[in-house]
Unconditional design. Structure first.
Length: 502
C-alpha cells in the first residue's frame, strides 16, 4: 500500500495514523523479546475470587437497581492445561426473560472499558472530546445512554488487556492468544462459559464490538453458531474494522480514496455547522458517482483531475493548491496535519475535529501519537481501577491495561484470516439465521474505520430476506461517536428497535 499507511489501512483501534507500534511510545522490553520468548510466565499472585456489589442508577426519571459482578473465567488448551484467565465485568438486573449482551473493544490490545464507561454501561466517564484533559477528575456519573434497562451487559477483556492475563510463555502467548483465529476461538468459548456458569443459555443473546471488536463480532457470532452451538439474536458493530481488502491497490483502485473523502467532508461540514444527513447524502452521491468515475479515467480525460480538484476543495474546505498536489486523493496523515496547521495543532484519525498541539510542527511527518489516544488512557484507567477495586471490592495489585502496546506489537498481522476480514463470516452468519439482525454504527468523522467502507460493503451483500436485517447507521462524531450525547442517544434508540424485532 503506497499511499495509505499500514496503521491506517489496518485501522486497529489504538495505533495512531502513520505510527508503527514501536514508535508510538518509547522503546521498552516487551513480552515478545527474543531472549524471554521461551521463559515460563512469572508466578503472579492469584486473582481475587468473584466479587459483587449492588448499585442503582436513575434513567428516564426512574430508579434502576442492578448488580455488578467482576469474575474470572479460565482458558484451557487442547490438553486441558490452564493457559490464561479472562476477567469479565457484568451488570445484571433482576427479572425474567432478560436478554444479555456481550461487549468487546478492539486494538488488538484494548480493554472493554471504552464501551463500558464511554458508551453503554450504567456508569459514564467523559473522554474523547475536544478540550478534554487527561488530568481532569475521573468522575463517573449515571449514563443516560446505557443499554442496561433493556439488556444485561457483559464486558470481556481479552488476554493482555484489563486484568486478563496469560499463564504461559511469551512464545506460547503469541500463538494461543495474539493470533487472529485463536483469538476468535477462545473468546467465543468465554461467551459460552459465561452463559453456562450463569445459567443463561436460554436468554436472548446479543453481541457488540467496537473497531477490531467489530472484526471479532461477525466471526465470533458465526463460530458460536456453527461450532459451539450458541446463536446470537443480534449484533451491533460500532465503528467496525470489517473489510481490509477495500484499502488495497490505491494506485489503481478508486475505493481507498472513496472511503475517506466523505469523512473528511463531514468534518468540514461540522466545522461550518452544516452537517446534516441531507448534506452527507450529496457528498456520498458525488463520491460514488463523479469522483469514482473521474479517478478511474485518469489521464484518458484531461479534464478529470481538474474537476476532482475543484470539487474536492469545495466539499472539504481545503486549499485548492493542497488538493491539486494530492491529485484529489487525500492521504489521511497529510490531511490531519494540514487542516489545523495554522493553529499548530493536529487532528485525530478517530475524529479530525478533536485536536491536540503538534509538538513537532516542522517535522516532515507526524512524530507524535494520536491526540485522542494520548488523552484517554489516564482517565479510563483511573476510573476503571477505582471502580473495580474500591466500589466493587475486587481487590488486586495487578496492573490494569486499558491499551496494551505490547499486545498490539505482538499481534500476528500476517494471517490470511486477518487479510480476508470479517465480511465472509458476516455474510454466512446472516445466511445461516434468517432472524439474525445486524446494526453497523459509524461516526461520520471517523478516518480510522470510515463509515463509507461499511456502506460499500453492505451494498455488495445479497438481499437475504428482510433488507433491513443488516443496516448501516451514521451519527455525528468520530470513531467514539458515543462521546456525544445526541449520537449516543440515537444509537440507543436504534439498538432498542433492533432488540424489539428479535
Amino acid at each position: 500500500m503506497s499511499s495509505i499507511s499500514l496503521a491506517s489501512a489496518l485501522a486497529f483501534f489504538f495505533l495512531a495514523y502513520g505510527l508503527p507500534a514501536q514508535e508510538a511510545k518509547p522503546a521498552t522490553p516487551t513480552s515478545t523479546d527474543t531472549k524471554d520468548k521461551d521463559k515460563p510466565a512469572e508466578k503472579e499472585a492469584p486473582l481475587p475470587p468473584d466479587a459483587h456489589v449492588a448499585q442503582s442508577m436513575q434513567i428516564d426519571g426512574k430508579a434502576l437497581p442492578y448488580t455488578v459482578t467482576v469474575s474470572t473465567l479460565p482458558v484451557y488448551d487442547a490438553t486441558g492445561k490452564k493457559t490464561g484467565e479472562v476477567v469479565v465485568t457484568a451488570y445484571t438486573v433482576d427479572g425474567e426473560d432478560r436478554p444479555v449482551t456481550f461487549a468487546f473493544n478492539g486494538g488488538p490490545g484494548a480493554a472493554s472499558v471504552f464501551l463500558n464507561l464511554g458508551a453503554i454501561g450504567p456508569k459514564h466517564l467523559a473522554f474523547g472530546e475536544e478540550g478534554d484533559s487527561p488530568s481532569d477528575p475521573a468522575k463517573l456519573t449515571d449514563n443516560p445512554g446505557t443499554w442496561l434497562d433493556f439488556t444485561d451487559l457483559v464486558f470481556i477483556d481479552p488476554i493482555g488487556t484489563g486484568y486478563s492475563r496469560s499463564l504461559v510463555t511469551p512464545a506460547e502467548t503469541k500463538t494461543q492468544f495474539y493470533s487472529t483465529d485463536n483469538d476468535i476461538h477462545y473468546l467465543s468459548r468465554i461467551v459460552y462459559d459465561w452463559l453456562v456458569k450463569n445459567a443463561r443459555l436460554r436468554s436472548r443473546k446479543y453481541l457488540t464490538g467496537e473497531s477490531y471488536g467489530g472484526y471479532r463480532g461477525p466471526r465470533i457470532t458465526h463460530y458460536l453458531q456453527t461450532q459451539l452451538g450458541v446463536a446470537m439474536n443480534g449484533v451491533v458493530l460500532v465503528s467496525p474494522y470489517l473489510n481490509p481488502e477495500q484499502y488495497g491497490n490505491s494506485d489503481l483502485s478508486p475505493v481507498p480514496w472513496m472511503l475517506t473523502l466523505p469523512s473528511i467532508a463531514a468534518a468540514h461540514l461540522e466545522r461550518e455547522h452544516k452537517l446534516t444527513p441531507e448534506a452527507m447524502a450529496r457528498v456520498i452521491a458525488y463520491t460514488r458517482g463523479e469522483y469514482a468515475s473521474d479517478l478511474l479515467k485518469g489521464r484518458s480525460d484531461p479534464e478529470a483531475t481538474p474537476r476532482i480538484v475543484k470539487r474536492v476543495a469545495e466539499i472539504t474546505g481545503l486549499q485548492e493548491e493542497f488538493v491539486r498536489r494530492a491529485g484529489g486523493r487525500l492521504e489521511i496523515g497529510a490531511y490531519l496535519r494540514e487542516v489545523f496547521r495554522e493553529s499548530g495543532r493536529i487532528g485525530s484519525v478517530y475524529d479530525s475535529n478533536v485536536t491536540g498541539f503538534d509538538p513537532y510542527p516542522f517535522a516532515p511527518d507526524q512524530r507524535t501519537n494520536d491526540p485522542i489516544l494520548e488523552s484517554i488512557i489516564a482517565p479510563t484507567t483511573t476510573a476503571m481501577v477505582d471502580f473495580v477495586t474500591r466500589v466493587v471490592g475486587w481487590k488486586t495489585e495487578a496492573r490494569y491495561n486499558a491499551l496494551s502496546y505490547d499486545v498490539n506489537a505482538a499481534w500476528d498481522r500476517d494471517s490470511r484470516a486477518l487479510r480476508e476480514g470479517a465480511v465472509p463470516d458476516l455474510r454466512q452468519a446472516v445466511a445461516t439465521d434468517p432472524k439474525l439482525r445486524i446494526v453497523i454504527a459509524h461516526g461520520w468523522n471517523d478516518l480510522s474505520c470510515p463509515f463509507m467502507g461499511s456502506v460499500l460493503t453492505v451494498d455488495q451483500m445479497p438481499l437475504m430476506g428482510d433488507p433491513t436485517r443488516v443496516a448501516v447507521r451514521e451519527y455525528s462524531g468520530g470513531h467514539m461517536f458515543y462521546s456525544r450525547a445526541a449520537s449516543q442517544a440515537a444509537l440507543r434508540k436504534d439498538v432498542q428497535a433492533m432488540f424489539a424485532k428479535h
